[in-house]
Design a protein around this ligand. Sequence first.
Ligand code: ATP
Ligand code: MG
Ligand code: MG
Ligand code: MG
Length: 473
Amino acid sequence: KKLNSAQVRRMYLDFFIQHGHKEMPSRSLVPVDDPTLLWINSGVATMKKYFDGKVVPDNPRMTSSQKSIRTNDIENVGKTARHHTMFEMLGNFSVGDYFKKEVIPWAWELLTSDEWFGFDPEKLYVTYYPKDHDAYNYWRAAGVPENHLIQNKDNFWDIGQGPSGPDTEIFYDRGQEMNNVAEDDPENYPGGENERYLEIWNIVFSQFNHTPEDTYEPLPHKNIDTGMGLERVVSIFENAPTNFETDLFMPLIKQTETFSQNKQYGQNAADDVQFKIIADHIRTITFAIGDGALPSNMGRGYVIRRLLRRAVVTGKKLGIDEPFLAKMVPTVGEIMKDYYPDVLENADYIASVIKSEEERFSTTLNGGLNLLNNVIDDAKQNGTNEIDGKTAFKLYDTYGFPIELTKEYASDEGLTVDQSGFEAAMTEQQNRARNARDIDNGMGVQTDVWTDFTEPSKYVGYHQLSVENAKII
Ligand code: ATP
Ligand code: MG
Ligand code: MG
Ligand code: MG
């Protein structure tokens, strides 16, 4: 069966509408009334108020295709076949309504029925929590062969306190020829670190309350929350080697080719990673700005700035010397207009924000790259494999290179960056600024510490210090 991205999205939503769900819109990437979250990172993140009982939904069954940003996957982009900084999560939700008995046969029907996705059941594998006998039994009853059902003790969703429970994940076997590890590699199983078994869907059975006393009490109202990666499923329908060779990304890659002096996609694996990074990042930046975020030095704005500057430096590696990102905004809009018509409508505004940020960075970019390349050469000659913290700070402070950008660039050359040295240089500058403020009572230093719950199932202890006047130009 061949379906494009718009058709896959529509089919998923229609399936659950037929089963009594209400279609909810894709909400803004910027969380509303939720200071614990930097970005919406899953479908369920937009539904907290229903799941914690603060608001009663008019229909306890809901379905959505939710745009989501995950900063913890930035490093994965282009390197794995399946990770993006922004992706769409298809989901169906039950707020105290249906549970395992209903959702498991539905999932199997959607995936394998010829009327719906029509995937070959032989290619599908399901993992489940070892003690979750109910899940096992319902999957067997739905028709999953015993040797495609795999126990995994990681299939438990728990954030420490509050609702928790087992989950079950569905993997698509893309075949050993797609793999990056050997057939007999210990990681070569559904759920392991490999490129063969593609995780497409996670279904969470939230059935316990994890108490402060560390016990698990059954919840009176059990909930279902699920997440399926649209781009991954589309890659299956379009028979693509990665998420990128699909209608969601190829027009962006093709456009990038026109900016590059001499590089083409599909000629060289290292260049292809750069094409993918640009296609991924321009999509995220476009949507984030469309949802009202702006490049800055803190929090969300810093993420946009970091992605944008990384895309610019990545463009350099493909021989792109002119500002180019703003020109890609209409392409993003065209690709996504079926479900997100507002992007195309706001394309001029979004492009103008990107253009001025690109121009601002271009004034220091070459100076920064010269410095960086020189230090890298020096380090290599001296046989050290680390860039010192002072230089990293200078790149940040004078040339507008986010520390992560310096690290990525260095790591491509086999070097690391002295992070604590960087932080020390940053603190030193803060102290200087603070002293100066004490004396002249001028504009002070603002420190913003945010915490990013980047994944629904895991707390990623990711703290970031940002300083308003430690200027990224
Ligand atoms: P992975 O193990 O591949 O990183 P995950 O287990 O972190 O995925 P979940 O938190 O279970 O992902 O999210 C639900 C679904 O959303 C996944 O099964 C996958 O299809 C999709 N997904 C998650 N992260 C990404 C991403 N960075 N890019 C694209 N799709 C994603
Ligand atoms: Mg992940
Ligand atoms: Mg996973
Ligand atoms: Mg998962």
